[in-house]
Design a binder for this molecule. Sequence first.
Ligand code: FAD
Length: 247
Amino acid sequence: MITWLQGTIVENKRWTPELFTISIKTEPLAFKAGQFILVGVKNGDDVLYRPYSLVNPPDGSLLQVHFNTVKDGTLSPLLTDLSPGDSIQVSNRPTGLLTLEEVPDVSNLWLFATGTGVGPFISILMTAEPWQRFKKVVLCYAVKTLDDMAYIKELNKIKSKYEEQFCFIPFITRENVAGTINSRLTTYLESGELEKKAQLILSAKSSHTMLCGNADMINEVTQLLEQKGLRRHSRSKPGQIAMEKYY
Ligand SMILES: Cc1cc2nc3c(=O)[nH]c(=O)nc-3n(C[C@H](O)[C@H](O)[C@H](O)COP(=O)(O)OP(=O)(O)OC[C@H]3O[C@@H](n4cnc5c(N)ncnc54)[C@H](O)[C@@H]3O)c2cc1C
């Protein structure tokens, strides 16, 4: 049974007409960067709910969820309409294995995100741990348009703090934008351009990868990584590919 915490919307930030981040005030909730919670809206005696990753770092004062409005979706259009002061339900048990606790000691961490899948990585990158543990952290973040590239300010801030360690590679597929790559992430990975850009070899020996976002990207990237000798990671069978599919 789900135990719900009562939350209040503090902000509903609109990045584009279909891309939002809600900030939620609740009683303190302990979680690990990269985990997700269930978020719900009351519907009579029921609660309509879905899983959402937390974007804020664990020491943040508000819970933050980054989402897009799915046309004809059940919950996301309701989240889109929330305003400051509105009520929201949050499960009291954050969960998920897309956390650094699950990552063995390796030299380099590669993060692959599409769209709102960047959320758990923002949370992880805002903690001290990746910078204490890995020589290099590479974030490949793919969106369709420049406006869809949420959290760019935060990522640039992290870049200026960890200039040498952090390699941020933004992909914008439907627009040509200076400083970004106008190609599919998978094409870039397959051709070897990604490793050239990162100036780093992506190998099973030196790397762990985390993938988050839509299933197409995750399936294609997984296939390409498997061709390089990386294997899916689970607690019982350690490998180098961890993932969270949103849909
Ligand atoms: C572990 C986990 C964490 C998640 N974290 C996030 C998150 O941080 N942010 C986020 O936006 N979503 C996240 N999702 C997806 C989210 O839970 C919902 O599925 C999504 O918001 C759609 O819900 P809905 O009720 O509006 O649509 P539904 O009525 O559930 O679904 C309608 C249709 O939309 C498709 N769909 C679902 N998500 C998307 C999407 N993002 N874009 C296009 N089509 C979609 C579904 O496959 C389905 O066919 C996560 C999913 C999982 C499993």
